[in-house]
Design a protein. Structure first.
Length: 149
């Protein structure tokens, strides 16, 4: 006799939960002592929640300050937040772009999701896109788009 749809859903849910639970628990117990992740899927879940409370005004207050981007197989890259651009915020939501400058001129970061660290704003994950480069550094952009609920 075959499995019912309910049995398949139960088994799949249990398998997914079991697969993710140990990884999250190990990261939480180890804290920052873990090696740098190799892919965005390996970033701790808390980093994705860390961005929830950060607003455009908070980033604007950190203009011209240093952030650290944590690449997956390289040492941290220091960048400076050079612009916070409103991208058409709506009531109850906001959309803005962050422009960073810095890093190694001849080794730009690839478009990817990275752990970002700042002494005031804390640690959070952002999808970072390389824009352009000049002789002394690279420019990167991250867009935050919060829709009204």
């Amino acid at each position: 006799m075959g499995m019912s749809r309910r049995d398949v859903l139960k088994a799949g849910t249990l398998a997914a939960f079991s697969a993710g639970l140990p990884l999250v628990g190990i990261r939480a117990a180890a804290g920052s002592r873990l090696p740098a992740p190799r892919a965005a899927a390996e970033l701790p879940v808390d980093l994705f929640r860390g961005l929830d409370g950060l607003t455009m005004a908070m980033f604007s207050g950190c203009l011209n300050t240093r952030f650290r981007i944590r690449p997956f197989r390289r040492s941290r890259v220091g960048v400076t937040l050079v612009a916070v651009e409103d991208r058409g915020s709506r009531p109850g939501g906001e959309c803005f772009g962050l422009i960073f400058r810095g890093g190694r001129p001849h080794r730009p970061l690839a478009q990817d999701t990275y752990a970002i660290e700042h002494p005031v704003l804390g640690a959070f994950a952002l999808f970072v896109v390389p824009m352009t480069s000049d002789g002394s550094g690279n420019y990167y952009e991250a867009v935050i788009n919060r829709l009204a609920a």
